[in-house]
Design a binder for this molecule. Structure first.
Ligand code: SF4
Length: 458
């Protein structure tokens, strides 16, 4: 096996090969989606072309996630099912990249020796070299060395066409929430230069993207000698052709007045913040090492509403964290009731080996976790519907994204507050921002009509 720094010992430099195809399957967060785009571009540089049929690909990469045990189990099952493809085609290369590669490399190699390549999230710059060499019969290749500096500056992603371009601005996390594996799989925080981010956004605009989502494990921990997150946000807002800007995910502790002032100053920065709560109990928040209390969080929401009265808020919530009793859970429901998030990712706590919380003794019974999750989901769904219904009769600016899944007579788009909206087709087109009168709210979506006959385009 060849590992880490040994890679350079007997490598053959890549050259362009044109007959091969690749297929990438991406699991987990938007950072993985963005990383898959980077990896695609590196493979295309050596002549690989993208295949949409996994059974015909010469190289299959699974870009993996370790955030919950279920995500890992899904990848293990997928890898088992790929084994038969390898038996039929011994030349097929199978690679595992992303957080599981970082976290579980030994387990993967022991249990699935047919995996050819294992690359951690800081090793993608070498992927074309590694794939080329593996094609030339160099042994299994593993590179999971984390870097203090790697931000993939000057590597441009191969994006699928669409409206939104994901643009990573920083990588890693220094927060060490006790339930989270990310600081171990993604390493320390480091930020890209403003110059390289602006350059990438300009290229994305040239390619036809109109919405930019700034990405980072802790997006507002962004820091460079040339400026911090509010400075970057303002620079991006001033780039010609950027119709909408979103960012994800911030840490509540790092949302400050400067960020809110920049958001209020620019129409093209969406008034929508994903603000991960995780728990409403100050006791549990402390055990999670989230560095804020229930009161801090509620006060932050108040400040956000002062600067951005119409700002919509979404969140992440974990139920059944070790030590969470009924009172703690009620505290979470209390915050959900008070804030009225318009969307929430809700999960049962999943113990991650290697994290501090995995060692806590007072783990919660699965049935209790399930009951709490169901209660929370029901509450959140009702709130969401109430929030959505409050939009009926109002005018929302909707960015047209694509045909609606249900009918090509309708468009699917999103409001500034990130609510999925279905509108009957008129003479708008994809990437237009139109004024939509909201006429109904059902399930997760709003329904409405473009009030500008000719489709008022911005
Ligand atoms: S802030 Fe906490 S939850 Fe988010 S990536 Fe860092 S450690 Fe994980």
């Amino acid at each position: 096996m060849l590992e880490n720094s040994n890679i350079s010992s007997n490598i053959i430099k890549p050259k362009v090969i044109s007959q091969f195809t690749y297929y990438i399957e991406t699991y987990g967060c938007q950072m993985n989606v963005s990383d898959s785009e980077l990896v695609s571009n590196e493979l295309e540089k050596i002549g690989y072309t993208s295949s949409d049929k996994i059974e015909l690909a010469d190289l299959i990469l699974l870009n993996t996630c370790s955030i919950r045990d279920k995500a890992e189990e899904t990848v293990h099952n997928r890898l088992n099912s790929l084994h038969y493809l390898k038996k039929n085609n011994p030349k097929l290369l199978i690679g595992v990249i992303g957080c599981m590669a970082q976290n579980l490399k030994n387990e993967l190699l022991d249990s699935k020796p047919y995996i050819d390549i294992i690359l951690g999230p800081d090793s993608y710059r070498k992927i074309s070299e590694i794939v080329y060499n593996r094609n030339n019969k160099i042994n299994h290749i593993v590179d999971t060395k984390l870097s203090k500096y790697e931000v993939y500056d000057n590597m441009y992603p191969s994006r699928n066409s669409g409206v939104n371009a994901w643009v990573p601005i920083m990588r890693g996390c220094d927060k060490f929430c006790t339930f989270c594996i990310v600081p171990f799989t993604r390493g320390r925080e480091r930020s890209r230069t403003i110059e390289s981010i602006v350059k990438e956004i300009n290229l994305a605009i040239e390619e036809g993207f109109v919405e930019i989502t700034l990405l980072g494990q802790n997006v507002n921990s962004y820091k460079t000698p040339d400026g911090d997150f509010p400075v970057l946000l303002e620079k991006v807002a001033n780039i010609r052709g950027v119709k909408r800007i979103r960012y994800t995910s911030p840490h509540p502790k790092d949302i400050n007045v400067d960020v809110l002032k920049v958001m209020s100053k620019y129409d093209n920065i969406c008034k929508n913040i994903h603000l991960p709560l995780q728990s409403g109990s100050t006791k549990i928040l402390k055990m999670m090492n989230r560095t804020y209390t229930k009161e801090n969080f509620l006060n932050l929401v108040k400040v956000i509403k002062e600067y951005l009265p119409d700002c919509s808020l979404s969140t992440d919530i974990i139920v059944g964290f070790p030590g969470e009793n009924d009172f703690d859970f009620q505290e979470t429901l209390d915050v959900v009731n008070k804030v009225e998030f318009n969307f929430s990712y809700m999960f049962k706590y999943s113990s991650r080996p290697g994290t501090k919380a995995a060692q806590y003794t007072n783990q919660i019974n699965e049935n209790i976790k399930q009951e709490r999750l169901e209660e929370l989901i029901e509450l959140q769904n009702n709130i969401r519907l109430k929030v959505n219904k409050s939009k009926i009769g109002k005018i929302e600016k909707v960015l047209i994204e694509k045909n609606s899944k249900k009918s090509d007579q309708f468009w699917s788009g999103r409001t500034d507050g990130n609510i999925l909206t279905i509108i009957k087709k008129n003479n708008e087109k994809v990437k237009d921002i139109v004024d939509v009168l909201i006429t109904d709210a059902k399930g997760l979506s709003l329904f409405g009509e473009n009030i500008n006959n000719k489709g008022q385009i911005s």
